[in-house]
Write a protein that binds this ligand. Structure first.
Ligand code: 5GP
Ligand code: MN
Length: 361
């Protein structure tokens, strides 16, 4: 892929060669792409004999735990702040994946800012903070951080899917985690991250994305098993919540926007776990007249905001203008703070309606 320049690959190789302790970091509330890319890179680095720790702002959701590897050391800032901080402080090389700015790592931000380690960014969001990194691989012209990392590792290693000394472990059985040691391989982790970020090939798919998928499947990655884990392993609660929100929670504005508000009360009623409302925000876009969809999820002191749009309408601009956020042109996120943006949680609806009407006017 043209965004992966040879001189950057030389720099990538040499920075890794010179490093002895590495930290791999990604964004808060890590999704499949964050976990897939972090796991893959950590396994790849460990395969090179490097000491590497994957430091994440939050504990991954239950439904994404299968993307973790027993061969990687993970630290979560929400449950183990001092160890997470130490891993960043002691690292001489930090690689940040799937987020464009330190601020997206939330609790890790001050330690990343204070760190004197050399830093590499591998990301696909708009507006990367290039100044904070010595080496940047960043383009929005790729499906996911996992795909970009695939092309970087492939360039750094030669054709690892066919080489006999291939560092990519391709064979594993996701369905029998208990027996197998290599439950998640580099290739499976990368294909998983790409799959979740593209919504299983529904959006942000480029010719390079199909090439990556086809090479990984040819090399032995079991896509059926990972689809089973991602899409056919959820709890009944999720399906009922999705139905409830679409039946009772969905509001549609004549301007062509839809919104839903997932309050703490609703989450309690459906005993909803982190990650279980994934994909809900996309549903309203299946309506022909809807070009913009917003989902608010109540959290401590704020709402987490997800925005999705059809081509020609910018989710990124809505997120940046009204929700302190950003992301991709058609898939972005942000926050709505209770106490500053709105006085009380029940003022969220009026704020969203006003934001959508103003934005689409
Ligand atoms: P999601 O709606 O799935 O949480 O996030 C969609 C996209 O928006 C992801 O690429 C994510 O990285 C980005 N995003 C989510 N929340 C925020 C946020 O608070 N700030 C920024 N800048 N981006 C966000
Ligand atoms: Mn991503």
């Amino acid at each position: 892929m043209e965004q992966v320049h040879q001189e950057n690959i030389q720099a990538f190789r040499s920075m890794i060669r010179q490093a002895s302790r590495m930290a791999v970091v990604a964004h808060t509330h890590p999704d499949g792409d964050a976990l897939g890319s972090c796991t893959a890179l950590s396994l790849w680095l460990a395969g090179k004999g490097k000491k590497v720790t994957c430091v994440l702002p939050d504990t991954p959701a239950d439904n994404l735990q299968f993307i973790l590897s027993p061969d990687v050391r993970y630290l979560y800032f929400d449950t183990d702040a001092s160890a997470a901080e130490a891993a960043i402080r002691e690292a001489d090389l930090v690689v940040q994946l799937d987020c464009n700015h330190f601020s997206r790592t939330e609790g890790l931000e001050p330690f990343l800012k204070a760190s004197t380690a050399r830093k590499i960014l591998i990301d696909h969001h708009l507006n990367p903070d290039r100044e904070s990194f010595e080496l940047v691989f960043s383009t929005p012209e790729v499906s996911s951080a996992s795909e970009l990392l695939y092309w970087v590792l492939k360039a750094a290693d030669g054709d690892f899917s066919t080489s006999p000394s291939a560092p990519l472990e391709m064979t594993e059985d996701l369905s029998c985690r208990a027996q197998s040691r290599h439950l998640i391989s580099i290739g499976t982790a990368l294909l998983t991250g790409m799959t979740t970020d593209t919504n299983n090939f529904a959006n942000s798919v480029f010719p390079s994305t199909f090439r990556m998928a086809s090479e990984l499947i040819a090399a032995g990655v079991n896509r059926d098993a990972l689809l089973e884990q991602l899409y056919n392993s959820c709890r009944e609660n999720r399906v009922r919540l999705m139905g409830f929100m679409q039946y009772e929670g969905l509001k549609i504005l004549p301007e062509g926007a839809a919104y839903m508000i997932l309050t703490k009360d609703i989450m309690t009623r459906f005993n909803l776990r982190e990650g279980e409302s994934e994909g809900l925000v996309n549903v309203p876009l299946t309506i022909g007249t809807v070009k913009l969809s917003v989902l608010l999820k109540e959290d401590e002191g704020h709402f987490r905001v997800s925005v999705r749009s059809k081509k020609g309408t910018s989710a990124q601009q809505l997120a940046a203008r009204f929700f302190h956020g950003g992301g991709h042109e058609n898939a972005s996120g942000g926050k709505l703070h209770i106490g500053t943006d709105i006085s009380r949680a029940d003022a969220a609806e009026a704020y969203v309606v006003d934001a959508l009407k103003t934005f689409l006017a």
